[in-house]
Design a protein around this ligand. Structure first.
Ligand SMILES: *[C@@H]1O[C@H](CO)[C@@H](O)[C@H](O)[C@H]1NC(C)=O
Ligand SMILES: *[C@@H]1O[C@H](CO)[C@@H](O)[C@H](O)[C@H]1NC(C)=O
Ligand SMILES: *[C@@H]1O[C@H](CO)[C@@H](O)[C@H](O)[C@H]1NC(C)=O
Ligand SMILES: *[C@@H]1O[C@H](CO)[C@@H](O)[C@H](O)[C@H]1NC(C)=O
Ligand SMILES: *[C@@H]1O[C@H](CO)[C@@H](O)[C@H](O)[C@H]1NC(C)=O
Length: 686
């Protein structure tokens, strides 16, 4: 009995000790401040985390696939008598993405048994877990994520959300951060409060200028006792993917055992330098404001006119559409097939719109289809486009993604395609793990032959030449047998009709765009061949045609491949992930064909017929020596903005995860024509 009393007393004492624990970091400046121990950078840093001289902790910079961790150095007792203890924390952070609208990937407040988080992966894993232990109860990880990328694999709700994750990256509770924009680059304050008695976890966020909101963003009933171990570490984790953000932490306070964490004095925390508001910037800001006001006015007038127009135009089938009758699905049918275009049926999203999985009604086995919902901006181009789609619908080739039909409703065009169970080539080339492993050398060569066969058919196998205009890895889909199928042919045409009918916009994706396109604006078969060359190099090398984060001499894949080829090192071009398991003859043939296709002069490039023949021959000896490219033009600053008029749209792909996460590299390049990247690539393009 006495023993029990002593033990109880000890336990109480321990609990009291634990309860007394609190700390505050008002900035992380080394030795400064006078706030005692709380103001030293007394943290366990891992990964690429670094302390800046201004006292801001930088967990990641804008380089891809980084992880940064920062943890309180000693473990905390988060269990008392087997029950999770109350805690409260407040912190100030900022996320500055490389491209203003595209985050990569996010930051999380973490409670974990080991501050090193062993085995954790970057990208969508946020530096928290590995692919193998997602969801495993042995993880004992609580994370509150501030995520700036919508990851379909983990069921993220959008690309600006807060989530509570238990042992997983699939959030148990999540909410949109709006109206706070996580990737604005501004300082954001967050509070995480756990009430061990009520078993309630609250998360709140606010802009630096605002105070703590009266009601939390997330209030989640959960018993954290099974998650916590006796000794746990608290801290932060951030990661980047192919797209990257800098993740910063400006201040942090924490209190264990009930009661609110010491409030941070946000204005006195170190803050990131804002981009200088110089005269030029201010003028452009005013111009931009005036312009947006004008646009808003025009849009308002347009919207009014459109509303009136739309009223007259509801779901009617115009007589000319009946000419294409057999292909027409009713809107109701497609809505049923996709269960009301539910997000759960979403296969991917791209510039053309979203792609949904649909199951057509009928006798089993029911037909599974992919329904692409295209929003178009030009009403006058529509009739011509539908005619094009309908005639393209008659194209039949085993290496084309078959168009089954279409439906038009107001501003939406719904295109129904065969469903491709293996998703896009892009996913297999750049995804991790299983998908990549299936893409052996043999599979890669087969896909290239398949795509070449499809393009040959489009160019020559039909009554007239059909140009694809947007050959790229995300438009190559893999069917059940891993055969390559080219999708989205002809769609680019819709986007060529801009707001101003007298101009033609160049459509395509940076890196696959033939150089002459930007001068002439005219799509040609030779431009398709150029894009095929870029694709072929991409498949052989396992690298994107333009790799923003490669060293400058490797930025443009084709240029780099030329150098390796000229130096007689064809093997060096081949994807290292194949670990040397490839056929040297086939590789040399593929590289030669690809370099030939990538020639800047359209007249020099081979035709698709020649390409298909050389790829099928399988040996390097049969392929003629590719003509060397002329020396690159001298670099001049006057060329900046060369690509400014290039209108490009994002990867329109079928895959779930990569589309949202890593697959958008090309998008970022193309959608932000003023980025340093497009300026660089404007004069280095082959
Ligand atoms: C760092 O923090 C730990 C835990 O609070 C403390 O024991 C240690 O003395 C601190 N070290 C320094 C250098 O302040
Ligand atoms: C980002 O950090 C990594 C690792 O510390 C470093 O190698 C890289 O050069 C940094 N990148 C930039 C743009 O500062
Ligand atoms: C969970 O992790 C443990 C230890 O890491 C492992 O032994 C176990 O097989 C994992 N369970 C699952 C379902 O992956
Ligand atoms: C959290 O979600 C996972 C699945 O994502 C589930 O297995 C687990 O039971 C959930 N935990 C709680 C406490 O809701
Ligand atoms: C959590 O939020 C609820 C309101 O949703 C509030 O009643 C409760 O006191 C909060 N708990 C903590 C620990 O902040």
């Amino acid at each position: 009995m006495r023993h029990l009393a002593v033990v109880l007393l000890l336990l109480l004492l321990l609990a009291a000790l634990a309860a007394s624990q609190e700390f505050t970091y008002s900035g992380f400046r080394n030795g400064g401040g006078g706030g005692g121990a709380g103001n030293s950078p007394n943290l366990t840093l891992n990964g690429v985390t670094e302390l800046r001289p201004d006292g801001i902790l930088r967990l990641t910079n804008e380089t891809s696939r980084l992880i940064g961790h920062a943890f309180y150095p000693s473990p905390l007792r988060l269990l008392a008598g087997g029950a999770a203890v109350s805690f409260s924390t407040e912190f100030a952070f900022a996320v500055v993405p490389e491209y203003p609208k595209l985050g990569g990937h996010g930051l999380a407040f973490v409670v974990a048994p080991d501050p090193r988080l062993p085995g954790a992966l970057p990208s969508q894993y946020l530096g928290l877990l590995s692919a193998a232990d997602v969801g495993n109860a042995t993880n004992h990880v609580l994370a509150v994520e501030f995520d700036t990328v919508q990851d379909f694999e983990f069921g993220d709700i959008n690309d600006n959300h807060v989530g509570v994750d238990l042992n997983s990256l699939v959030s148990n509770a999540s909410a949109s951060a709006a109206p706070v924009n996580l990737k604005s680059g501004d300082t954001i304050v967050a509070w995480v409060d756990y009430d061990g008695g009520a078993k309630l976890l609250n998360v709140s966020i606010a802009a630096a200028s605002a105070s703590k909101p009266a009601s939390p963003l997330i209030s989640f009933h959960v018993d954290l006792s099974p998650i916590f171990l006796d000794q746990m570490f608290v801290g932060f984790s951030a990661s980047t993917g192919l797209l990257a953000s800098s993740h910063y932490l400006m201040g942090w306070s924490f209190k264990l055992g009930g009661g609110a964490a010491p409030p941070l004095d946000v204005p006195s925390l170190p803050s990131l330098p804002r981009p200088a508001a110089g005269g030029k910037n201010r003028t452009s800001a005013i111009l931009a404001a005036a312009f947006s006001a004008f646009v808003a006015l025009v849009a308002l007038a347009g919207a009014a006119a459109y509303a009136a127009h739309r009223y007259k135009n509801r779901d009617v089938v115009e007589p000319w559409e009946l000419d294409y009758g057999p292909h027409r699905y009713s809107y109701a049918e497609l809505r049923r097939a996709t269960r009301g275009f539910r997000d759960r049926e979403l296969l991917g999203a791209g510039g053309f719109g979203k792609v949904y999985r649909g199951v057509l009604p009928g006798k089993p086995p029911r037909t599974v289809v992919a329904v692409k919902r295209v929003s178009h901006e030009s009403r006058q181009g529509l009739r011509e486009f539908v005619a094009e789609i309908a005639s393209i619908g008659r194209l039949r080739h085993r290496n084309l993604v078959q168009l089954q039909g279409w439906c038009r409703r107001r501003g939406d065009l719904l295109l129904v395609y065969d469903y491709m169970p293996n998703g896009s080539l892009d996913k297999h080339l750049f995804g991790d793990g299983l998908a990549a492993a299936r893409l052996t050398w043999g599979a890669r060569v087969k896909v290239l032959r398949d795509v070449a066969a499809a393009l040959l058919y489009l160019h020559e196998g039909w009554e007239r030449v059909v140009l694809h205009r947007d050959v790229k890895a995300s438009n190559v889909l893999l069917d059940g047998d891993m055969s390559g199928r080219l999708g989205d042919f002809g769609l680019a045409k819709l986007h060529e009709h801009g707001a101003n009918p007298s101009t033609t916009r160049v459509v395509g994706t940076l890196g696959y765009l033939a150089p002459e396109l930007t001068r002439t604006g005219k799509a040609t078969a030779a431009a398709d061949v150029f894009a095929f060359g870029a694709l072929a190099l991409e498949v052989v090398a396992g690298r994107r045609p333009i790799e923003p984060r490669a060293p400058p001499e490797e930025l443009v894949l084709a240029e780099w491949a030329w150098e390796r080829y000229a130096a007689g090192e064809v093997g060096a071009v081949v994807d290292a992930r194949l670990r040397g398991e490839f056929d040297a003859g086939e590789a040399e043939a593929a590289v030669k064909v690809a370099l030939w296709c990538s020639h800047p002069a359209p007249a020099v490039r081979p035709t698709m017929r020649e390409v298909a023949r050389y790829l099928d021959a399988g040996g390097a000896a049969e392929v003629p020596e590719p003509p060397p490219p002329p020396p690159p033009p001298p670099v001049s600053s006057g060329e900046v903005g060369y690509y400014d008029f290039v209108h490009s749209y994002p990867t329109s792909s079928y895959e779930r995860a990569a589309a949202a996460a890593d697959g958008v590299t090309q998008t970022s390049v193309a959608t932000f024509p003023y980025s340093p990247l497009s300026m660089r690539s404007s004069h280095v393009s082959v």
